[in-house]
Design a protein around this ligand. Sequence first.
Ligand code: HGY
Ligand code: MN
Ligand code: MN
Length: 413
Amino acid sequence: MQIAVDISRMMDRIETLSGFNSTPGKGVTRFSYSPEDRKAREYLGTIFSALGLNVTVDGAGNIRARLEGSDPNAPAVLSGSHIDTVLHGGKYDGAVGTLGAVEAVQSILESGLPRRCPIEVAVFAEEEGSNFGSTLSGSKALVGKYTLADMEKLSNPEGKSMAGLLREGGYAPETMADNLLRPEKIRAMMELHIEQSVVLESRGVPVGIVEAVAGIRVLEIRIKGVPNHAGATPMTLRQDPLAAAARLMGTIEDLAKGSETGSTVGTVGKISCHPNVSNIIPGEVTFTVDIRDVQEAGIEFVAAGIKKEAAALAVSRDVSIDVVHISESAPVRLDGHIAGVTEKCAGRRNFSSMRMNSGAVHDACMFAPLVPTGMIFIPSKGGRSHVPEEFTDPGDIEKGVSLLADVLYELSK
Ligand code: HGY
Ligand code: MN
Ligand code: MN
């Protein structure tokens, strides 16, 4: 069955959602639990109520909006993504999967076609990790990977914990333990997402069918030395944490490039230096390391190499180096049957498709070990994402949403 979607309605909604933004003119910034996030949730709430969906919001801020089928006891088909963004991000990452699920459910509803299973739109909180440095925190709380203790421990740069921000926002994190996902109540989970790299565009293929999603490990490296006068201190008398950090960062790049899996990536994306003054040898440097691979061995190789190099540098440069584990999620393989259904539906629409992996992590990763899970990718212009220039052609969005609607309908029979 082919479901007719309304792409102009969907694009209007993408534009409206992107307007809930704390950095207008400099990309889209909408952190979970922020005032912009609240306005975005209110906006989605108006759409859900207009569609007559039954909405629940859990203690971590995840939203589930349910369209009943003929059998309310049947396991639900769940589809969604996230509405939080990175700092100065784009308007498509997360939004396409969230509003795509809304458009698919609305189009299925408007088609009047009979459905057996309920279909749920899901909006996961804190996927980007922009507040606390840990990706997928909302969906981790939903599947019990993050307990209340973890939400009390995770904190933002202002020292506010995830649990604290949730309570300030009127959520009740302590209720999560009694409201975890019940896998037996879920028939399948599907997430539509922009590819965020160059493969689909470079091959001229409009649809990616994801087979594996990379794992991620985030470390924080804290280096303490001795601040001193930049001019009067001879090079032989320095305990310079920034010089040590520079050496270690170079090693991180070499380790990622040298990993045998060939698919490991390592990124230093955030650094702070104290006191950060040109004529003072720094006293303290902290930076993050984001390590990913679809094979755990690649992540382990880089993490172990970092720890070894850090220990050696601490001695040779007489500084203290702490390697702190911030967060992680394992590489996952998605469901072969769901991939087959997706491929069949794409073929019926004459959409060429290809099987591929995801270097980015997604909320679908939390579902894959528990329920049959699939992902559909659509091309990113120039392979750019997590930047204001992020763009996906409306024609590609229409293909992705149409395919998502067909797959959700197929699975809800
Ligand atoms: O970082 C990621 O892979 C995702 O965009 N949160
Ligand atoms: Mn995303
Ligand atoms: Mn992202």
